[in-house]
Design a protein around this ligand. Structure first.
Ligand code: ATP
Length: 284
């Protein structure tokens, strides 16, 4: 039996870091939503008690460092499953890009294995398993649009943004999330984005107000250390995207565009700056 699962990428409509907690994690406030750029997982049962990961992408770990591997390991241990599994990851989401590709693969693996072995795992337990793999995994399990607090694992579902286009561009640099958080200084932040105002904009389905409320306090860190990201952001604004922001800790920059007629101009203009450019729709 084969199970197929889609693992979509997320973008942050807002990201605020409140403070560092005694456990070393940062207390965050984020509003995240899914976009139609997805990895595709094919999950096949093996009679031998083993976990195998394969991918056409040569640059992701295929051992226990892979988050989908960890998802399989955790489900097998918790539910005492003796069968093995092979998970093929058709990687479409850029890696280490601020788009939660690894977390989404883990979430898709949890969903897929729940179906493959007919475990009927209660939602709470799925979320707990997810959070034990990574802070973004619970959001990737529920999908949609949500406010994430705590270290990112406490979720409140929100109204999705109105249907629009998202152009994503990833410059050819790798940015480590841990490094960005390590450099972040809460006292240096001039303006914090407002989760409340973004929430209102979403409820009102106001595309203009959503664009106006976009904000990410990690931009200061990443843009200072990687001028290419700043240039990309500037280019996207000049090309006419309605709202532009870096996602997560970067380096991917996304632009929200309401009119289809503008999309090709932004997409083609950015192709001059970097190879990894995608024009997709928001997942409503
Ligand atoms: P986030 O936005 O959650 O910080 P990200 O988009 O910046 O995530 P990922 O694409 O998830 O980053 O990859 C981060 C690291 O995780 C990579 O360097 C890679 O070695 C590792 N990794 C583990 N499993 C996967 C996976 N299934 N896909 C991609 N990367 C993975």
């Amino acid at each position: 039996m084969k199970i197929y699962e889609k693992a979509p990428a997320k973008i942050n409509l807002m990201l605020d870091v409140l403070h560092k907690r005694p456990d070393g994690y940062h207390e965050v406030e984020m509003i995240m939503t899914m976009v139609d750029l997805a990895d595709r997982l094919t999950i096949t049962e093996l009679s031998r008690d083993t976990i195998q990961i394969s991918s056409q992408a040569g640059y992701i770990p295929l051992d226990e460092k892979n988050l989908a591997f960890q998802a399989a390991q955790k489900i097998k241990a918790k539910y005492n499953i003796k069968q093995g599994v092979h998970i093929h990851i058709d990687k479409q989401i850029p890696v280490a890009a601020g788009l939660a590709g690894g977390s989404s693969d883990a979430a898709a693996a949890l969903r897929g294995l729940n179906r493959l072995w007919n475990l009927q795992i209660p939602h709470e337990d799925m979320m707990e398993l997810g959070a034990s793999i990574g802070s973004d995994v619970p959001f990737c399990i529920t999908g949609g649009t949500a406010l994430a607090t705590g270290r990112g694992e406490l979720l409140t579902p929100l109204t999705s943004p109105p249907d629009c286009w998202v152009v994503l561009a990833k410059p050819p640099i790798n940015v480590s999330t841990a490094d960005v958080y390590g450099r972040f200084r809460a006292d240096k932040i001039a303006k914090h984005p407002s989760a409340l105002e973004m929430q209102k904009a979403l409820e009102n389905k106001s595309f203009d107000e959503i664009c106006h409320q976009l904000g990410n306090v990690l931009e200061d860190v990443t843009l200072t250390h990687y001028p290419q990201v700043q240039q990309l952001k500037q280019a996207m604004i000049q090309l006419g995207a309605d709202g532009v922001l870096m996602s997560g800790s970067g380096p991917t920059v996304f632009g929200l565009i309401s009119r289809e007629s503008k999309v090709a101009r932004v997409y083609n203009g950015l192709r001059g700056f970097c190879k990894e450019v995608y024009a997709v729709r928001i997942l409503t």
